[in-house]
Each structure stands twice: as structure tokens, then as C-alpha cells.
Design a protein. Structure first.
Length: 107
């Protein structure tokens, strides 16, 4: 039985581009934020994620998940001990999962 890798080889770079776009726009949004915390009144990465889901359908959702994880782990990691690091990773995974589900339920 042969497996055709062409769809995977086409989709994987697009997923990576979406993850990178999400991460970079999140970092830019934090830089331009008017509040001292890691909170912004406008979150453009979700707009890019929603547009990507609408344009490319649901198969691109891993890019949203990875991009959201990377954007939030850099902001919310607590490196005091291994326990706080694990808790931070679980929290960020929950945030990334919620962001991904939110963009998947747009239809």
C-alpha cells in the first residue's frame, strides 16, 4: 500500500507559515500594547487565524495551535522551578487550545 505524501508536503509549509505569522503578530501586538501587562485590547493574530481557516479550511488548525502556544509561552513562562514550568506549559496549552477551538467554531 502506497501513501501519497504530496498533500502533506504542500500543507506543512503553510501550517508553519501560519504559526510564524501568528507568533510574529502576537509579539508586535505586545510591543504596541498600551498596557504594561501582557494584555492588549486588540489581538490581530486571531484575525489572521480566522482568515486562514476561512481560506484554507480546517486542515490548517495546527498552525493556529502552534502559533498561539509559542506566542503565549514566551509571555507566561514561570522558570522558578520545574513545577512552575510544567504548570505554565499546561496553562499555555489550555490557552492555545481555546484559541484554536474559537477559530474552528467560526462557521
Amino acid at each position: 500500500m502506497k501513501y501519497d505524501l504530496r498533500p502533506v508536503l504542500i500543507r506543512l509549509p503553510l501550517i508553519a507559515v501560519l504559526a510564524l505569522l501568528y507568533y510574529e503578530t502576537a509579539e508586535l501586538s505586545r510591543i504596541l500594547a498600551s498596557t504594561p501587562q501582557n494584555v492588549t485590547p486588540v489581538w490581530p493574530p486571531d484575525g489572521f487565524a480566522t482568515a486562514a481557516i476561512l481560506l484554507f479550511r480546517y486542515w490548517i488548525w495546527p498552525g493556529v495551535l502552534v502559533g498561539s502556544f509559542l506566542a503565549n509561552i514566551s509571555a507566561f513562562i514561570d522558570a522558578q522551578s520545574i513545577v512552575t514550568q510544567i504548570i505554565s506549559i499546561v496553562e499555555v496549552l489550555a490557552i492555545a487550545g481555546g484559541t484554536t477551538l474559537g477559530t474552528l467554531f467560526i462557521r
